[in-house]
Design a protein around this ligand. Structure first.
Ligand code: F6P
Length: 319
């Protein structure tokens, strides 16, 4: 392997730049050239690539987002788009591809592997932590830290006014950010898509709430009831409640990566080069029990389920 292409795709996540640094550094050590495709699959289709040097990336490890930019590409979902991307790779003499992204990215790689025979390696990069084959995805820890920093602030005002607050956190269909942030801020209620019974318990609790305190409810955006309906149900059972809603939104995607995510980026970036040079292809590198592991793409896109221990904690602390 003489020339590796790399890109970031889907939603950006803190730690992506650390992974780019590690990929480039480890490639250089092995005398491999690295090119970065800009804006995810869009850059592959359009041949928008730039040379990457570890010297430049070294000072960007602390930076959130992705210096390669990212996109969710409609065009790559078509065979025509993928054929154009294949031409780009041939023209640029790229002989291996590393992608950093979430489940959409891996689905794209799977489809691409049907027409392109160069090896692909994936790195899990999404704040949602919803991929099988790794305990943690890049950016999840930073997003949880951002969420808790903001929910702690909300608690200050909620306590001052004795208000009920619903704080909506991201995660798409996954409740990972919700359960982690809800547990560590001491939320009175935590609603996530993976658990269907809590709303009833929460309404029971809120029915008897008499405004002597703050009452914080963390709701994952993918929760089946949804923030607005939860709010109106609360008002129904207890009309006197002074209720506010805060949607944390994209703030959870930004900011400096945490130490954990920087380290994860470095480890997974280095591992991607390592497994590639050992002959692996069409696998995602991940961290399982704090050890590097690889998982075939087709197994990655099955959602990562919240394990039983956390579900049990939710029953105790979230009810
Ligand atoms: O997948 C990451 C994520 O931030 C989800 O948590 C959220 O549902 C989605 O992306 C938001 O997507 P967009 O940035 O396209 O609005």
């Amino acid at each position: 392997i003489k020339h590796i292409g790399v890109f970031t795709s889907g939603g950006d996540s803190p730690g992506m730049n650390a992974a780019l640094y590690a990929i480039t550094k480890c490639a250089e050590v092995n005398e491999i050239k690295v090119s970065g495709f800009r804006k995810g699959y869009e850059g592959l289709i359009d041949g928008d690539l730039i040379p990457l040097k570890s010297h430049d990336l070294q000072k960007l490890v602390h930076q959130g987002g992705t210096i390669l930019k990212t996109a969710r590409s409609e065009r790559f979902m078509t065979l025509q788009g993928r054929e154009k991307a294949l031409q780009t790779l041939r023209k640029a003499h790229v002989d291996a591809l590393i992608a950093i992204g979430g489940d959409g990215t891996f689905k794209g790689l799977l489809a691409f592997s049907e027409i392109c025979d160069i090896p692909f390696i994936g790195i899990p990069g999404t704040i949602d932590n919803d991929l099988a084959g790794t305990d943690y995805t890049l950016g999840f820890d930073s997003a949880v830290n951002t969420a808790i920093e903001n929910i702690d602030k909300i608690r200050d005002t909620a306590e001052s006014h004795n208000r009920v607050f619903i704080v909506e956190v991201m995660g798409r269909d996954s409740g990972y950010i919700g359960i982690h942030s809800g547990l560590v801020v001491g939320a009175n209620g935590i609603l996530i898509p993976e658990s269907t019974q809590d709303l009833h318990l929460l309404l029971e609790k809120v029915k008897n709430y008499h405004s002597e305190d703050a009452f914080l409810i963390v709701v994952s955006e993918g929760d089946e009831t949804g923030t607005d309906l939860v709010a109106s149900k609360i008002k129904e059972v207890n009309p006197d409640i002074d209720l506010r809603i805060t949607r944390l939104g994209h703030v959870q995607r930004g900011g400096h990566p945490s130490a954990f995510d920087r380290m994860l980026g470095i480890r997974l970036g280095a591992a991607s080069i390592d497994v590639l040079l050992r002959g692996s292809e069409n696998v995602m590198v991940g961290l399982y029990n704090n050890m590097i592991c690889t998982t075939p793409f087709q197994n990655v896109v099955k959602q990562h389920h919240i394990d039983e221990e956390l579900q049990d904690l939710l029953k105790v602390f979230g009810s």
